[in-house]
Design a protein around this ligand. Structure first.
Ligand code: ATP
Ligand code: MG
Length: 460
């Protein structure tokens, strides 16, 4: 008979930073135990650093508040307080046992657990259910999390189906960790998500958004997004993206719209592009299913898909409660992603492009374009067009930077003094002056613009 044997790790201790030793000494001096838990232990065992420290202790929140001078009650109803110590914030949660999860997300009540072992048993994955005793760093690993970390494996503490039914967020956390850590997901856990993806419904949209954001911020967002597709979560969370599956675009691309978008998003992530560019890379063609038309020659066209994609991007990001600034920036990048510079563009065309795209968005738009090009073939694209375009923009802007009304050498007051009455007509004239300057920046002097303005005023 064959037995599946999980490798047992030899690491029994981790090195504890001096600051945590000092904090532990305070707990111990008051007769309290304290352990480092969660992501910090996981990441130290992986050999990487973790930004925040979570501690678990038998001290109740009010006891922690009594023994440290500065403590903020950040999550009292979950038994959590935050110690401020030498400019660091350290979360301490009293050993917890969760009550029943009547609604699939929030435990009905918080009860304190008898010890660290019981506290670890309520945690989501074996890799997250390891504690390091402070100050010494001795490891407690009742669910063989170290072995799973070494084997790069995400596995639930206990029966996957039960743990996901208690809290549907764990499904999304598992997929997010797969993207962040490049770990595989245990088959039982995958099957449990697949058999009931609706478990995600009780999870608040804010939590879903946080996980989506972490997926996009990871080095390889496609890992989680493909798992989401496979398990049925994409259909529930981002149905617009799932609609891109099977939308072929032969002639331009090797891949269907979904795979193309995932490749583009991974490229943006791999190159460290900012979050708005990564999201724009994922959604830049999401309007294609809606605008697809097969021409007489049998080739698919997607006219104006960038406008449809920008609208859908807005609606998804609004649903996920992104801020207006984030939505505006990302939708704008999606809307403008189709530029196709050739050396035949006049300076005026270059200036008009910069005006519409916005000077501050140019580098993000170029990044998006690189990601889009990579997504067409899956290979590093030849990007002479972008270098030529950048040169054309630099030389054009060097000749004049009047790109908006505020850059004009005249303002409304000047026009009024020249006898043009304030009002709608003046607004139109200022717009015409800007058009003239976009065509010829040499016209941007007070004298010339007043002359043109008076000529316009006389005509109208
Ligand atoms: P990161 O901070 O990178 O998101 P993390 O593992 O530290 O990773 P946190 O959300 O900070 O995750 O949570 C800290 C710990 O709390 C986790 O490692 C895990 O032990 C536990 N935990 C968090 N969320 C859940 C959950 N939904 N169900 C069970 N345990 C959880
Ligand atoms: Mg954490």
């Amino acid at each position: 008979m064959l037995f599946a044997v999980r490798a047992v790790s030899k690491i029994n201790k981790i090195a504890i930073p001096p600051l945590l030793r000092e904090i532990a000494a305070v707990f111990n001096a008051h007769g309290k135990q304290v352990f480092l838990v969660g992501g910090a232990v996981r990441d130290m065992l992986r050999g990487t650093s973790h930004v925040d420290w979570d501690l678990a202790s038998d001290a109740r929140p009010e006891e922690v508040m009594a023994i440290f001078p500065v403590v903020i009650p950040t999550g009292i109803k979950h038994g959590t307080v935050t110690i401020r110590y030498k400019k660091h914030s350290i979360e301490v949660t009293t050993y917890r046992r969760d009550g029943d999860y009547g609604d699939g997300r929030h435990p009905d009540r918080i009860e304190y657990a008898s010890g660290i072992e019981e506290d670890l048993s309520r945690r989501d994955f074996t890799m997250n259910a390891i504690a390091a005793e402070l100050p010494g760093g001795r490891i407690l690993d009742p669910y063989c999390g170290r072995a799973d970390i070494e084997n790069r494996f995400i596995r639930c503490v206990g029966k996957a189906e039960d743990r996901l039914n208690e809290d549907g967020l764990r499904a999304l956390r598992a997929l997010r960790f797969a993207s962040q850590l490049s770990f595989d997901i245990d088959e039982e856990l995958l099957q449990a998500i697949k058999s009931n993806p609706e478990m995600i419904h009780p999870v608040s949209i804010e939590r879903v958004k946080l996980e989506f954001d972490k997926i996009i911020a990871s080095d390889k967002p496609s890992t989680a997004l493909l798992y989401m597709e496979k398990c049925g979560l994409l259909r529930l969370i981002l149905p617009e993206l799932l609609r891109c599956r099977g939308v072929e675009q032969k002639g331009y691309h090797r891949f269907d719209v979904l795979d193309h978008s995932l490749l583009a998003c991974d490229y943006a992530a791999r190159n460290g592009y900012r979050q708005s560019v990564r999201i724009a890379a994922l959604f830049h063609d999401i309007g294609k299913p809606k605008t697809a038309k097969r021409g007489d020659s049998g080739v698919w066209t997607f006219y104006n898909h960038e406008t449809a994609s920008a609208d859908i991007t807005r609606s998804i990001m609004t649903r996920l409660r992104y801020s207006n600034a984030e939505i505006d920036e990302t939708a704008h990048l999606v809307r403008e992603h189709m530029f196709n510079y050739t050396p035949s563009w006049s300076e005026s065309a270059v200036r008009r492009f910069v005006r519409r795209a916005g000077e501050k968005n140019l580098s993000a738009l170029f990044d998006l374009r690189r990601a889009d090009s990579f997504g067409m073939t899956g290979a590093e694209p030849p990007l002479d067009m972008l270098f030529d375009f950048q040169d054309a923009i630099n030389s054009t802007l060097a000749k004049g930077r009047a790109l908006s009304l505020k850059d004009l050498a005249v303002n409304g007051k000047d026009l009024m003094q020249a006898g043009i009455p304030c009002g709608k007509r003046m607004g139109l004239i200022l717009g015409q002056l800007l058009e003239a300057v976009l065509d010829d920046p040499d016209l941007n002097t007070k004298e010339k613009l007043l002359e043109i303005a008076l000529a316009y005023a006389g005509q109208n």
